[in-house]
Design a protein around this ligand. Sequence first.
Ligand SMILES: CC/C=C(/N=C/c1c(COP(=O)(O)O)cnc(C)c1O)C(=O)O
Length: 386
Amino acid sequence: GYYGQFGGAFIPEMLYPNVEELRQRYLDILAEPEFQAEYQQLLRDYVGRPTPLFEAKRLSEKYNTRIYLKREDLCHTGAHKVNNTVGQILLAKRLGKTRIIAETGAGQHGVATATVCALMGMQCIVYMGEIDMERQKPNVYRMRLLGAEVRAALSGSRTLKDATNEAIRDWISNPVDTHYIIGSVVGPHPYPDLVARLQAVISEEMRKQLLEKTGSELPNYVVACVGGGSNAAGAFYHFLEEPAVQLVAVEAAGHGVNSGHSAATSVLGKPGIIHGSRTLLMQDEEGQITEPYSISAGLDYPGIGPLHAFLADSGRARFISIEDEQALRAVAELSRLEGIIPALETAHALAALQQLGAGPDDVVVINLSGRGDKDLETYLKHAETL
Ligand SMILES: CC/C=C(/N=C/c1c(COP(=O)(O)O)cnc(C)c1O)C(=O)O
């Protein structure tokens, strides 16, 4: 479970039985024909896959290159998170679990978890930082409407990191009947690999769609925002071994990487352990996690998945960081040029177009990870920028 020096499972002894059971069984279960049949059927008929690869003509004109948007915002629940939760709920059923817990920041993973729990008739408890419950309120209402219990994480900075801590604490206390559906490519092995595999359908579809539309399966650039890194892992997965494809990971610079209010982990992070994984994380000289900041809850995380730590360390991916204001301007730009209102997290990937350097013959695919409904209050507050 390693990506170079990163990854592994550095977990407290009390968590070992749960994680070890998962490690021993996940690959076999994912390979079962019955699992794949049910998983593919739900992706098709419930999630609504394949998602479109949409040629954004006016955006392409503005940046004088060829831009395609992979429409994960059109998945059921409004973001890519459901690709992962559908797979993990089927896995949990096969492990005989009856109770599901999850962490959430933007609330999209929480909604995607509550959604599949309703579908499968399983108990659902979602941990969410008190700060995030305020700035992603629509998703709190959605989770409760879907029958989930939303528990406020009041510790630490009361955002995604703290919700993750509370979920881990719950799992340690409820090891036998509970499966923890982690929402990104973070946490102890096998989670980063499991979630990447469940999101890989994104780049599997991209290759086929690109062949139809451009005559080649390979784009010049694939661009995705990175919080923990799951939508990027899915968008990059089937291009990792294709050196001609430039992988561009976009992080949240918040108020600027040197402002003291940032979540650009690949720039500010150092190797360490967070949530059971050895990766890059923002920490002080004693190794205590320093508080991140981003206007977007889903990118407001002091760590990064070990896959992305490896991609940064090895130079396989190019890392760009985008400030709050740049992301907000990108929301307005996509809305007015293509009639699509993106999520704040997704807007960071769109803002990278300004500095990508793509030429008129290049093909750029941007992973449109989610829609902006959950962020409308924030967009209203920043109406002057928009
Ligand atoms: C699992 C915690 C992250 C959440 N969301 C992260 C997120 C992200 C960043 O998460 P990753 O893809 O895992 O890097 C990108 N786009 C949208 C629309 C998101 O909602 C959440 O709780 O919904």
